[in-house]
Design a binder for this molecule. Structure first.
Ligand code: AMP
Ligand code: GLY
Length: 425
């Protein structure tokens, strides 16, 4: 098949590799792609949010399926524009993508559908928001409603911190338009889990569940990032828990979106907080694969990925996929200065003698005219290992991550600590 993958990060490298592995006969275009996709795909130098040029490229290259990686083009209506031009697309239209691009909308959908989530209120004016903070129990969470690259949620231990967060969003517009609407919600206890449901709008196929590590530093400390590492599968994601997630979270949400005239086609990513009593509370929904979660869940798919994405995009019954009985761990290597001000242009060395089962996914890299690989974004690489056991995958991805060199490299050395702790009990 002729495929077009939209995006240029680690997730899109993982998508391209998984689809190429699924069927080596695919001809894969990536827009814009990165130096990791260049050796086996045709990179098109079109930005992921340039809707007009992407639609033209899909037509020019007779693309048979477009897979959209990031949330921004989905929120801008890329899938609608492509469908309007007669293309088959894996990814929701703008109306359904609001489940991610507006936390206020997402909360409203969950309330209508009876989906478990933190109690919340939405504010667009500073004074009422501050008044609400003053009577809210601590801790509490303040969120910019719009898209903020994973950095729009502030967990506040005290009301004073919450007042500061609300003021920076609604008063000082620190998140621009994304923070003109603010959600204030109660703090949820428990353990986080990312669940990925491929859907044609009604039917669901779950991919392996994963756990991300959002904070920059070991011990889940430091600032929030886009994600510093992930692993899959996760032991807490048992069959009974996932059944409950399907029944109480995924199906009601998809039904409510359809009822509102915005059926969701693509991958619905539920960011959950599993409460101590087992309730799967939704922290947020995303309308796409997670990054870096994609770099662990996609390498675990053994076969059937293309058929699944095509069937979902066509609204047809979803075939089953086969998944490797193995574990995957990815360690993200971030640039110096990330997440505030990532340094760029640092020379990257990736040795040839990586351990078995290791793939280095490119995220923020660039090749200079003379062929030198340099850093060009906050999250630079995601070093994934697949192995028969979690411990094996962890050991290999950590060892491989240490072997890659560039000035200012930041990485966590405790990815998967919860799983490790569980397994040593
Ligand atoms: P979000 O951008 O909504 O995914 O939030 C980013 C991170 O903030 C999440 O991954 C959680 O670790 C944390 N978080 C968000 N909302 C809550 C909540 N209501 N209770 C506890 N932690 C939260
Ligand atoms: N890893 C978190 C996200 O993709 O939003």
């Amino acid at each position: 098949m002729k495929l077009l993958i939209v995006g240029g990060g680690g997730r899109e490298h993982a998508l391209a590799l998984a689809l190429a592995t699924d069927d080596p006969g695919h001809e894969i275009f990536v827009a814009p792609g990165n130096p990791g996709t260049a050796p086996f795909c045709a990179n098109l130098s079109i930005a992921a949010d340039d809707i007009e040029r992407l639609v033209r490229a899909a037509s020019a290259h007779s693309i048979e399926l477009v897979v959209v990686g990031p949330e921004v083009p989905l929120a801008l209506g890329l899938a609608d524009a492509l469908r309007g031009a007669g293309h088959l697309v894996f990814g929701p239209g703008a109306a359904a993508a609001r489940i991610e691009s507006s936390k206020a909308f997402s909360k409203d959908v969950m309330a209508s559908a009876g989906v478990p989530t933190a109690a919340s209120e939405v504010f667009t004016a500073l004074q009422p928001a501050l008044a609400h903070v003053d009577v809210h129990p601590e801790p509490l969470v303040v969120k910019a409603s719009g898209l903020a690259a994973g950095k729009g949620a502030v967990v506040c231990i005290t009301r004073a911190e919450a007042r500061a967060a609300v003021t920076s969003m609604l008063g000082e517009r620190a998140f621009g338009e994304a923070g003109d609407e603010v959600v204030i919600e109660t703090f949820l206890q428990g353990e986080e889990l990312s669940v990925f449901a491929v859907t044609n709008g009604t039917e669901i196929r779950l991919l392996p569940s994963a756990q991300d590590h959002k904070r920059l530093l070991d011990g889940d400390t430091g600032p929030n990032t886009g994600g510093m590492g992930a692993y899959a599968p996760v032991a807490i994601a048992t069959g009974p828990l996932l059944d409950r997630v399907e029944r109480e979270v995924l199906r009601p949400t998809l039904a409510e979106l359809s009822r509102r005239g915005a059926p969701f086609v693509g991958v619905l990513y539920a960011g959950l907080m599993i409460a101590p009593d087992g309730t799967p509370n939704v922290i947020e929904f995303n309308c796409r694969f997670g990054d870096p979660e994609a770099e662990v869940i996609l390498p675990l798919v053994k076969s059937g990925l293309t058929a699944l994405l095509v069937a979902a995009a066509r609204g047809e019954p979803l075939p089953r996929i086969e998944v490797h009985e193995a574990a995957a761990v990815t360690v993200v290597l971030a640039a110096g200065g990330y997440p505030e001000a990532a340094s760029r242009g640092d020379v990257i060395t990736i040795p040839d003698d990586m351990p078995d089962g290791v793939t280095v996914f490119h995220a923020g890299t660039r090749t200079e005219a003379d062929g030198t690989l340099v850093t060009s974004g906050g999250r630079v690489l995601a070093v994934t290992a697949v192995a028969p056991t979690f411990e094996g995958a962890l050991e290999r991805s950590s060892a491989a991550a240490e072997m890659v060199e560039f000035e200012g490299k930041q990485m966590r050395r405790d990815i998967g600590w919860r799983e490790l702790e569980r397994r040593s009990r």
